[in-house]
Design a protein around this ligand. Structure first.
Ligand code: ADP
Ligand code: MG
Length: 210
């Protein structure tokens, strides 16, 4: 795997494509138990990142991720803007190495997901993006040793992300807009869990190609 930020423009386009491909389904999920703006929120952020992608590719990982986090926070708005923004800012803060290995990235990602938990005052089981991010971070952290590569754990990672998203279907939301519905939030997958799953699966596919 090429470890430089030259990867970023391509990865941003991959994210844009998976959100576009699944826009109808994601919007329907946020309409069912939220306010229906999740896709337009994400697309505003992705558009802002696309504009910066040439510049991002010239930066080291830490400043690039910091810049991405700030851009996400200021362009997305809504709950997901501050949470995804926090994820990137915390990833930057915790990614000490200039050329991160998978093990170093896994450690920083686990800490970044902890920062999202704190920011949203939420945990696993509350029907949010954390039901995908937490199990993925735990699995990555557990598997990514110096001797493991992403292709070796790619299939597991994707399965865990999909299981996490699906697990939100029967949960009662206790955080975010869906929590206003209480018991009636049951029966629908959480939009943020689904978008996190889609983005993780697309990134894993792209990064684990030989
Ligand atoms: P908004 O809820 O402001 O309309 P979005 O529709 O863009 O923002 O994002 C909604 C998603 O944000 C939810 O589906 C859920 O996954 C996530 N979310 C909301 N509140 C929290 C929270 N406190 N902690 C973690 N994730 C949350
Ligand atoms: Mg919404």
């Amino acid at each position: 795997m090429d470890n430089s930020t030259a990867l970023l423009p391509g990865l941003i386009q991959i994210i844009a494509k998976t959100i576009e491909t699944n826009a109808v389904e994601l919007t329907a999920l946020d309409q069912a138990i939220g306010d229906g703006d999740h896709v337009t929120n994400l697309q505003r952020g992705i558009q802002a990142l696309s504009v910066q992608s040439g510049e991002l590719a010239t930066l080291e990982w830490q400043p690039a991720l910091q810049k991405m986090g700030m851009t996400i926070m200021s362009s997305i708005g809504g709950a997901s803007g501050s949470l995804y923004g926090t994820l990137f800012v915390a990833l930057s803060k915790n990614l000490q190495a200039q050329v991160p290995t998978l093990a170093i990235f896994a450690d920083a990602f686990a800490k970044a997901v902890d920062a999202v938990k704190q920011r949203g005052k939420a945990d696993k089981g509350e029907k949010t993006m954390l039901d995908v991010l937490i199990p993925v971070a735990e699995h990555l952290h557990q598997k990514a040793t110096a001797s493991t590569s992403l292709p070796e754990i790619a299939a597991d990672m994707k399965q865990i992300a999909m299981t996490g998203a699906e697990s939100t279907r029967d949960m009662v939301a206790t955080k975010g807009r869906a929590s206003f519905l209480g018991e009636r939030s049951k029966g629908h997958i959480d939009a943020g869990a689904k978008s996190s799953q889609l983005m993780i699966c697309a990134l894993v596919d792209a990064l684990s190609k030989p």
